[in-house]
Design a protein around this ligand. Structure first.
Ligand code: RB5
Length: 149
């Protein structure tokens, strides 16, 4: 039996529809999606959702994470406060590919009020299909980790 890779998804109220579209899209690609909500549209606070998703990645429970809020910015800032998390906001597919290849990003953040669904799914695909290149980039990513310790 093949072990499916687990990915955590979370958002605030501004991005529930896009998050659920992404969940369906990547589940179709064979990912085991751990969608930790929220599922109801009441206004909520993005830091707690960003932190909760980041903890799933930092603990090793999930290999990667995708988080969303209105701009993608606030929830990214919260996630990056968790040790071991490297999360970038992307509004284009090139950046999404590069944050994996060069920065070994383990989380992607999207702004549901910034990108439409079609572009968001393309960004997600670029992120998930790219691999870290290591080498000189590993030296630099290690330097980021050094800042945390
Ligand atoms: C919520 O209105 C909004 O501030 C939030 O989704 C996000 O854009 C913050 O960075």
């Amino acid at each position: 039996m093949t072990t499916r890779k687990r990915i955590v998804l979370s958002s605030d109220h501004a991005a529930i529809d896009l998050r659920q579209a992404i969940a369906a899209h990547i589940a179709n690609q064979g990912w085991e999606v751990v969608d930790i909500g929220p599922t109801t549209p009441e206004s909520t606070h993005y830091p707690k959702h960003g932190e909760a998703a980041a903890q799933r990645v930092a603990s090793g429970d999930c290999a990667l994470g995708i988080i969303l809020c209105g701009t993608g910015q606030g929830i990214m800032m919260a996630a990056n406060k968790v040790k071991g998390i490297r999360c970038g906001v992307c509004s284009d597919s090139f950046s999404a590919r590069m944050i994996r290849q060069h920065n070994n990003a383990n989380m992607l953040s999207l702004g549901a009020r910034v990108v439409g669904e079609g572009l968001a799914l393309d960004i997600v695909d670029a992120f998930l299909n790219a691999e870290f290149e290591g080498g000189r980039h590993a030296t630099r990513v290690d330097m980021i980790a050094d800042i945390e310790s």
